[in-house]
Ligand binder design. Structure first.
Ligand code: AMP
Length: 214
């Protein structure tokens, strides 16, 4: 299966993506994680995208498309992949289609996780991320045992620059999810998931939908 997870920032794409990839043995590709790793390692790409990410904007398509192309053409993706955070724009979606056609593959389904704006802001502003392994927590919904320390690896937890209030507002404004919803719904690939239940309930709903494609 080749799956795209769509949804505004804070919809829970990252959390569900990890569960889906593990359950169905798919390669999990998160463009946000790839970009953050590049920023952390001070690569040329990292330096280019840092300012866009820090203030909640989108990085340019011409940087993202080659990243996703290189990643999708790697061997581990031939068993199936789960895209989390890509595409974010219609040109990215067009490029994705071309890359998959080149690899003789196709998208099976787009899962659109829906959550309303107020809930999104509450979720994003409470999110804390591990600076070492990237694990995420929420100060109310999924608190770490120790306020500043990652339960998994002991790394220091921090609040992403783009999870701070001004950046959240900007991210919700620049979010193009609705355009992509229309794009994929015209292609008959879209399935909508209610993203306001518990993590396990949402995952059960996703499994029910994916049964039709497995
Ligand atoms: P995420 O972890 O998916 O929320 O992404 C965090 C940030 O990385 C976004 O707010 C963007 O600045 C950048 N980013 C991630 N994926 C993309 C993409 N496909 N296109 C443009 N920018 C992206």
């Amino acid at each position: 299966m080749n799956i795209v997870l769509l949804g505004p920032p804070g919809a829970g794409k990252g959390t569900q993506a990890k569960k889906i990839a593990e359950y169905y043995s798919l390669s999990h590709i998160s463009t946000g994680d790839i970009l953050r790793k590049n920023i952390h390692n001070n690569t040329t790409l990292g330096l280019k995208v840092k300012s866009y990410m820090g203030n909640g904007g989108l990085a340019p398509d011409e940087l993202l498309i080659p990243i996703i192309r290189n990643r999708l053409l790697k061997l581990d993706c031939s068993i199936g992949c789960l895209l989390d955070g890509y595409p974010r724009t219609v040109p990215q979606a067009d490029a994705l289609q071309m890359i998959l056609t080149e690899a003789n593959r196709k998208l099976d389904v787009i899962l659109n996780i829906q959550v309303d704006d107020e809930e999104l802001i509450r979720r994003i502003s409470g999110r804390r991320t591990c600076s070492s392994c990237g694990a995420t927590y929420h100060i109310m919904n999924k608190p770490p045992k120790n306020y500043e320390i990652c339960d998994t690896c002991g790394g220091k937890l921090y609040q992403r620059e783009d999870d701070k209030p001004d950046a959240i507002r900007k991210r919700l404004i620049v979010d193009k999810t609705q355009l992509l919803v229309e794009y994929y719904s015209k292609k008959g690939l879209l399935q909508t998931i209610d993203g306001e239940g518990s993590i396990s309930q949402i995952f059960e709903d996703i499994k029910k939908v994916l049964k039709r494609y497995d």
